[in-house]
Design a protein around this ligand. Structure first.
Ligand code: ADP
Ligand code: MG
Length: 698
């Protein structure tokens, strides 16, 4: 109301296109659009990526080594030095009250243009003493005009920019939007909510996040905004969970003592404690009408399959069908064979559905699925194709979930009306991710490995040791063991170097492994060819399988204990670990030797880590550290809109709080229909409606 009479606000509204913000104009507007900024309002929610803390402004004489600090002075000398081999060092000498600090940039010659003699600058970063002289490598730079005050004590925002917009411009433009639009930005939370949760109001938080008065206020403002973003996400996840549960009643399938005993009789071994625990949790879920939504995670070889088999047989015992979906045809065929073997003497009817199934066979199978003429179906993504129907689907198991995308999973759900849902993975998914992108899964973790399991020795191979390794490989083959040789590509493709599988086979057959029976398996072979090759390997006809990473998931040949990995640097860490899982499945110790591509000089840090630990959970943490969380666990990667200020890796505690609060809100008000929360609800739907497919709730 008051804003109507407010002269400042008269021109600029939250929904004013950026082009009309003073200081922007049509040309710069296209740059803003590149950053995803269309309206004045968007700028307020374009949060700094970090801050420059000028409250640490120092004199050179107060410098300390290796602590973040800032210094203000004049540029005295700019010196761009070419060191040959195309490398450059830029040195900028800055003087402050007769003392000097030299800023250095390596191989960034273009930085030269940012400096001119006599210019006033603030450098921020860490300083080091080099034979009595202070140096700062790659500091951040603020240039000040002659009459500009030193921003002493200020905390300056640093935004992600695009070429053509400077920090200074961005700050000024955002400030002007704050000045004129802030009063028109609506609070999303009711007052009582703000008080109860100890949150800063949005109109206080926004100015503090863009130009903080103090560290404390900045933290409070950031907390408020991070919390809001995560609460909205958790409400979205919660609404979707409820929508799925509400629409669909899953069949209640109690695992009675009789059913339990019948299932266990079929299994070839006793379950481990950890498997028993998992089975119990799953049985608890199956006994409810709310669909189970559970993640079973356990390292490679920890014995997840049998837990899935138990769950599937429980469904069958109740006259329901169960599906086991795998990311590859090879794995589907293997699970199919395992099930056939286990259930040889039972009445359970099993089907295999893959993309390469012949038309007529597929039709028969589909008819059986629809009529209830088949109990268990193992298959690939082909299961997701339109037109697949089940008479009585009770359970869906997805193996190696990390190989599927979130959307695929959603499809199967709706295709599969009201089943319980179990996903399995050997790549541990951080709790934050299972709570968000996977729609709030309950998690069961299998620890340890089945009894009698031998360890796997992993060696990082150097070229000069090849002879010795192959000697060893041959000796073990003669003792009766089998082995894999893994090479990362199928055929010649410009960027990836190394031998193709065919070349590798050829070379080995005429060289190191001349005396042995070798065969080949790779992704370009037809389903039948692959199956035939694996089958021959499984029954020992083939001694060594030369393969691409198609054998990465699932393949279970206990007698295979040897693995040579060529060009290991082309594989990811979790992929290497999965590969290694192939040779730790029996009662003999496994041996893996990984060679790096001899033509690269890349540091094989990943390979070293791989050779030093066999703990998959530890490795995934290392992977996380080496690769950074960005590409691995970004929400974007999983088909959700990117987060603006929250970070699923950093803000785990806030995420837990947001999750609890979201659950509490939805417990009392399942659709969040209370008018008090209408703004919050609208925000959830605008942001996540499309990606989580509940536009129909809106
Ligand atoms: P993953 O968790 O990688 O899917 P699998 O389910 O393939 O592991 O199990 C790995 C191997 O361990 C298989 O050969 C399986 O038969 C065997 N196994 C699983 N559970 C047990 C058990 N309780 N006792 C003995 N062997 C087991
Ligand atoms: Mg498995």
């Amino acid at each position: 109301m008051s804003s109507k009479h407010d002269t400042k606000a008269a021109g600029l509204q939250p929904n004013t296109p950026v082009q009309f913000i003073p200081g922007v104009g049509p040309q710069r507007a296209t740059l803003f659009q590149k950053l995803g900024l269309q309206f004045a309002r968007d700028l307020l929610f374009y949060f700094p990526r970090e801050y420059e803390d000028m409250s640490q402004l120092r004199k050179v004489e107060q410098f300390e080594e290796n602590v973040p600090l800032s210094v203000c002075g004049n540029v005295e000398e700019v010196d761009l030095h070419h060191t040959g081999t195309g490398r450059t060092v830029l040195g900028v000498l800055v003087q402050q009250e007769g003392r000097y600090v030299r800023a250095l940039w390596f191989n960034q010659p273009y930085m030269r243009d940012r400096f001119s003699q006599g210019q006033r600058v603030v450098l921020s970063g860490k300083a080091k003493l080099n034979s009595g002289h202070w140096e700062m490598a790659h500091p951040r730079v603020e240039t000040l005009t002659a009459d500009q005050m030193v921003p002493a004590g200020q905390i300056l925002p640093l935004y992600s920019l695009t070429e053509g917009i400077s920090q200074g411009q961005m700050r000024r433009i955002i400030q002007s939007v704050l000045d004129s639009c802030l009063e028109q930005i609506d609070e999303v939370f009711p007052d009582t909510f703000l008080q109860r949760h100890n949150l800063l109001a949005l109109r206080s938080a926004l100015p503090q996040v863009h130009s903080p008065a103090t560290r404390e206020l900045l933290e409070q403002a950031r907390y408020r905004l991070i919390y809001q973003e995560l609460l909205v996400l958790q409400l979205a996840v919660g609404l979707r969970r409820q929508m799925l549960a509400g629409d669909f009643q899953a069949p209640q399938m109690q695992v009675t003592a009789r059913i339990d005993a019948r299932i266990r009789r079929l299994l070839p071994f006793d379950l481990t404690d950890s498997q028993n625990q998992a089975v119990q949790e799953i049985a608890g879920d199956l006994n409810r009408t709310t669909p189970m939504n559970r993640l079973l995670q356990g390292d490679v070889g920890s014995g997840k399959t049998v837990v899935a088999v138990y769950a599937m047989l429980a469904a069958v015992a109740h006259g329901r069908q169960a599906v086991l979906m795998t990311p590859t045809e090879i794995l589907a065929r293997q699970h199919y064979a395992t099930l056939q073997h286990l259930l040889e003497k039972s009445q359970v009817r099993i089907g295999l559905l893959t993309g390469t199934l012949h038309q007529s066979a597929r039709q028969t199978l589909q008819q059986n699925m629809a009529s209830g003429g088949v109990d268990l179906v193992v298959g690939t993504q082909a299961l997701l194709h339109a037109g697949i129907e089940f008479a009585q689907l009770g359970l869906v198991v997805v193996d190696e979930q990390h190989k599927f995308g979130v959307e695929q999973r959603a499809e199967l759900r709706s295709a599969a009306r009201a089943p319980h849902y179990l996903v399995m993975t050997a790549t541990p998914i951080p709790r934050t991710i299972s709570m968000t992108v996977f729609g709030d899964l309950d998690v069961t973790t299998l620890r340890g490995s089945p009894p009698g399991r031998q360890e796997v020795h992993t060696y990082l191979g150097f070229e000069h040791q090849r002879g010795k390794w192959w000697d060893f490989f041959r000796r073990k083959l003669r003792e009766g063991r089998q082995g894999y040789v893994i090479t990362p590509r199928v055929e010649d493709k410009g960027s990836v170097r190394g031998k193709s599988v065919e070349e590798a086979l050829e070379e080995l057959a005429n060289g190191e492994l001349e005396a042995f029976r070798l065969d080949l398996v790779h992704g370009r072979m037809s389903g039948e060819e692959k199956a035939a090759a694996l089958n021959a390997f499984h029954c020992g006809q083939t001694q060594v399988l030369v393969a691409t990473s198609v054998v990465e998931v699932g393949i279970d040949v206990p007698n295979a204990t040897l693995m040579t990995i060529e060009n290991g640097n082309y594989f990811g860490l979790s992929q290497l670990h999965q590969l290694r899982g192939r040779v730790s499945r029996g009662n003999h110790p496994g041996y893996v030797c990984v060679f790096a591509d001899s033509t690269t000089h890349e540091s094989p840090e990943r390979l070293t880590a791989f050779s030093e630990t066999t703990d998959g959970f530890e490795l995934s943490e290392i992977d996380f550290r080496l690769r950074g969380p960005g590409d691995l666990f970004s929400t974007k990667q999983h088909g959700l809109p990117p987060l603006r200020i929250a970070d699923l890796v950093r803000d785990t505690e806030t995420l837990e709080v947001a999750r609890r609060d979201a659950r509490q809100l939805l417990e009392k008000d399942t659709q969040l229909n209370d008018p008090m929360y209408s703004k919050l609800r609208r925000m959830v739907l605008t942001r996540y409606g499309d990606s989580l497919q509940f536009s129909d709730v809106g």
